[in-house]
Design a binder for this molecule. Sequence first.
Ligand code: UDP
Ligand code: MG
Length: 314
Amino acid sequence: MKLLTIIIPCYNEEKVLPFFYRKMNEIYEKMKHKVDFEYMFIDDGSKDGTLDYIKEVSMKDYRVKYVSFSRNFGKEAAIYAGLEHSKGDYVTLIDADLQHPPEMIIQMYDGIIDGEYDCVAARRVTRAGEPPIRSLFARAFYRIINKISKAEVVDGASDFRLMTRQMVEVILEMKENNRFTKGIFGWVGFNTKWIEYENRERIAGESKWSFWSLFKYAIEGIVGFSTFPLIISSVLGVLFTVVSLTALAGMFFESFILGHSPSKTILIISIILFIGGLQFLCIGILSEYTGKTYLESKHRPIYIEKEEYVTNDK
Ligand code: UDP
Ligand code: MG
């Protein structure tokens, strides 16, 4: 029998966990003839009764395992810990608040089992119930990150997905500290099947994301997967230098060919622009190297293998 690990990052979720656990057990009843479950609860430094609840169920249910953090490290860290401790042949990530419909796990499992896909992921099709300004920023973010980075980040994609062990191992190879999981999923490649779902309200408790924390998360995504912003200074440098050189050339033409005396103000402005431009250019060169060092420091795998056929025959 195959084993499916269900990773549930939890931060102050005492209100929803009983509902979540009951619902998951209903799903288990429908799936138990084809797969076993392993629950991997990650208590991300909760300050309420989350851990007590998890401990209580783990004593009654041998499938329930948990890892508890010393403080709140964030959902990305919780996901990493979950993947690291998972033993399943397949692994699924799901939120505790039932915003990710658990019944979709059945569909995801059926989608992955024949081996055509390495990952079946849920994509939210509506942003109903979300403040319009948040949707606007979210759309802009997806447009920007897909233009400037190699990691494909799908609009509406959530962390809710089911993956093969092979893909999990590869994600664990990405050991960077600032983890933008949505980018990592895209970066590692593999065949992903998308299934769509409607947005749902959280059943109890509250969201941990404010507008500001989402904004910081977006910046993290961009900085983590692209060094494009570093080019801005090179571009400014070239622009300033070209403008100032054109103005200076114009002034020489005016004074030497036409014999007019050139304007001192324009001369001074051009020289300032020229020096400014050179400085921007130098910063641009520096940041190219810094950018490379930054990417190297992540120690990401150079390539990711899916299959191989290598023989020792001479
Ligand atoms: N979560 C976590 N650590 C955090 C914040 C959130 O483990 O620092 C968990 C949370 O318990 C939930 C999931 O991540 O299971 C999604 O969080 P939330 O519902 O607050 O996010 P939203 O659905 O509003 O994007
Ligand atoms: Mg939620």
